[in-house]
Design a binder for this molecule. Structure first.
Ligand SMILES: Nc1ncnc2c1ncn2[C@@H]1O[C@H](COP(=O)(O)OP(=O)(O)OP(=O)(O)O)[C@@H](O)[C@H]1O
Length: 368
């Protein structure tokens, strides 16, 4: 199902103008499924995922470890390696000034042109993404001059501007990565990804390796950069609270599927899928009063033995017989899309959890 959310508020907590439903679409992902080949047969790591990303929009994708987030973005970036196979789907990028292109099937030559110029990525291990034996200036210039016909002086000037945009003095271009502090290296990595001013920035847990204070600084910086340069972001994390202040919309993944998506603030404050609620209550909020952290009982699903119905059913305190029978469709529910047969009842507060939830192992599990 295509995600066409309406009713998003015009502003965000950060003061950015949130792209509305009429904003131009940058990326249109439809029915994407990815399997890993194994001795047990194909393991469905991503199943029937659809979403759209608008120009200037920040989309957060949240879910526990193993929910399929990295596989999803690796498919979009064409970084999947065997035994992974894209089983079906399309991911059409509308690059500025160019023809729409399906990232899943485009030829290698065009793909190389699109990288850096139209899409860039910051990985989990952002700290190690810089080449330790090259000064920053050389790394920035190499990226720029591979894609733009510009002089050395122009490349230096652009690199300096980009570094300054992330709060690093231009003079540090002469430094080697080890001469920067951890937070600076992280920000330099983001600046490098953005040096060719791409339309799309994909970030896979970019703040995992830094402390909470640094996390917030980097996220604020990201929002400032987004406001200045106007790119779109797909931001992946296991911590829903990180997305509250950063993302315009959030999609929550479980067992390879999107189980809920909607405007970030509303989804965080009033989650409709029981898994979204469990994920939210697994991490302390970045701001506001502390909540009791409850975690989610049980463990994420084993892809070799997915239940026939809702993948979350074995861990869900609200599960009823119908939940075990068929995978619920992702359906519109006001400002959201939710894949839960009980969404109406749960939203109205009519349903109490069953007396005895049936988690896999009965132990609270850290959602990470
Ligand atoms: N090379 C592989 N071969 C087989 N299965 C894999 C492979 N890589 C990932 N998987 C499985 O695919 C599923 C999705 O993994 P993926 O890394 O995409 O999830 P994730 O949500 O990004 O988790 P994390 O936050 O830990 O990276 C998991 O069950 C994982 O075990």
């Amino acid at each position: 199902m295509s995600e066409t959310l309406t009713g998003t508020a015009p502003g965000t907590p950060s003061g950015r103008t949130r792209p509305g439903p009429d904003s131009e679409i940058l990326l249109d992902v439809q029915s994407l499924s990815v399997d890993y080949g194994s001795d047990y047969g194909p393991l469905p790591a991503v199943s029937d995922v659809s979403f759209t990303l608008r120009r200037g929009e920040i989309l957060g994708i949240a879910g526990e470890s193993g929910s399929g987030k990295t596989t999803l973005i690796n498919a979009l970036l064409r970084l999947l390696r065997p035994p992974a196979t894209v089983r079906s789907g399309s991911a059409v990028l509308h690059p500025s000034g160019g023809e729409p292109v399906d990232l899943l099937s485009v030829g290698q030559k065009r793909l190389r042109e699109l990288r850096w110029e139209h899409s860039a990525v910051v990985f989990q291990s952002a700290m190690n993404a810089l080449n330790p034996v090259l000064r920053l200036e050389k790394q920035f210039a190499d990226a720029l001059r591979a894609h733009r016909k510009i002089s050395k002086a122009e490349a230096r000037e652009r690199s300096a501007r980009m570094l300054e945009l992330v709060g690093i003095p231009a003079g540090r271009l002469a430094d080697y990565p080890h001469e920067l502090s951890g937070g600076m290296r992280q920000r330099a990595t983001i600046a490098l990804a953005l040096v060719c001013e791409p339309d799309l920035l994909v970030m896979d847990e970019p703040t995992t390796a830094v402390d909470v204070v640094m996390q917030r600084q980097i996220l604020r910086q990201l929002i400032r950069l987004q406001r200045t340069l106007g790119f779109s972001v797909v931001f992946i994390t296991h911590d829903l609270s990180l997305l509250l202040e950063t993302a315009d919309r959030i999609a929550v993944m479980y067992g390879g599927r999107i189980v809920e998506s909607g405007p970030a603030g509303a989804l965080y404050r009033e989650p409709r899928h029981p898994y979204t609620r469990g994920l939210r209550d697994s991490f302390p909020p970045l701001q506001g009063p502390l909540r009791k952290l409850t975690g989610i009982p049980g463990t994420p699903p084993d892809l070799r033995r997915l239940p026939p119905g809702c993948p979350f059913e074995p861990r869900c305190a609200h599960a009823v017989a119908a939940c075990a029978q068929a995978v619920p469709a992702l359906e519109a529910d006001g400002d959201r899309l939710v894949a839960c047969v009980r969404t109406g009842e749960l939203t109205a507060g009519a349903a109490a959890p069953d007396e005895t939830p049936a988690p896999n192992n009965g132990e609270p599990d850290e959602a990470s």
